[in-house]
Design a protein around this ligand. Sequence first.
Ligand SMILES: *[C@@H]1O[C@H](CO)[C@@H](O)[C@H](O)[C@H]1NC(C)=O
Length: 424
Amino acid sequence: MATFFGINITHIVLLFYLFSSDFGLVRRAESLGINYGQVGNNLPTPDKVLALFTSLRITKTRIYDTNPQILTAFANSNIDLIVTVENEMLAVLVDPQQALNWVETRIKPYFPATKISTIAVGNEIFTGDDATQIQNVVPVMINIHEALVQLGMDSAIKVSTANSLAVLLSSYPPSAGSFMPELTEIMRPLLQFLNNTGSPFWINAYPYFAYKDAPTKIPLDYALFNSNNLASTSSGMVDPYTKLHYDNMLYAMVDAVIFALYRLGYGGLEVQVSETGWPSKGDPDEVGATIENAQVYNKNLLRRQSRGEGTPLRPNQRLEIYLFALFNENMKPGQTSERNYGLYQPDLTMTYNVGLSALSSPTSSSSSPSSSSQTTTSSTTTASVSLTSSSTSLRKAATSGYSLGYWMTSVCVLIFYILERRPL
Ligand SMILES: *[C@@H]1O[C@H](CO)[C@@H](O)[C@H](O)[C@H]1NC(C)=O
């Protein structure tokens, strides 16, 4: 924060301008990601999964290991892959030589044919109960990064770690977002590392959990992104300090994380949602875990993603989201909901239709969509259209919102600035 005060306000505005607006233009051309978990004994082979991703025009996924079959099958595809250092591996990779070996054997043989974009070091470790693992996260991230540097792959492959939303002490209202005090000291070096390497801060954020725990307090429509229904019942949520309006809980969660980062002096980090989703089935005590809700949540999320939306705090920076998950995973322990997050069944049939195939409506004449699907997806096709060609006209269209975005961002920055000068 001290650094923050030292920086001239115009620099900050400029920085935000560059990060929000410019990156927004580029990001708009990207698709959302889908997490590809493999905790099942009946899942399709990686080549079939690749075919599914290709047909859906999904170009980003995350796996929870470095499964060589997947890394091999995905070679020469256009899929960007996040791979994961399993939590149990941290104790080994805290030795720099072991980390180098790991990158040499688990990553290097497949790269760059397989587009490995990021290495996730562990999943939700900071909110786990293994104190040694918690201490090891950042040293292992540094070791992996150093290994990438040594092997000349650091400019292409980033390193991060996925956090549970439980790293936050407070997330409501978003402007009150702050980290658990006991995690502050471990967070600082993490954030420093992410900032130094230009890597995103990852959060696994599930409005479903919040709703399940307080179904009488949280409007279901707010949790489900049903902004149209909200208008008739309530108007969503207005943060009393920033006055920003939230029509859905996920964006409020993300902005709470941004505020928490900000309080530690790293408000410039990009926040990405490494997981979000809604289970289609649950135990009797898992309120809200239904097919209808899962379909509505994921459908709304996809619709908002295809517009390239940012959160109210960063309206021009496309919020990068990885949906959880591609498949129902029958070997997952825990409550019934755990095994029922999949958009697809292991036999490749849809659990429910979220309109992903509509999102992937083709841009070439080789396969023309029916006229009805064309009209319903006119706004959603932008994301996939811009992946291929004619980006110039899109760029032009996008620039019309450019200057407005600039001013909106500046106003946000000013609000930030004013807020920060108050005692928290
Ligand atoms: C984060 O990185 C930016 C860009 O490199 C830099 O200007 C800023 O000072 C860094 N922030 C901290 C707190 O180190």
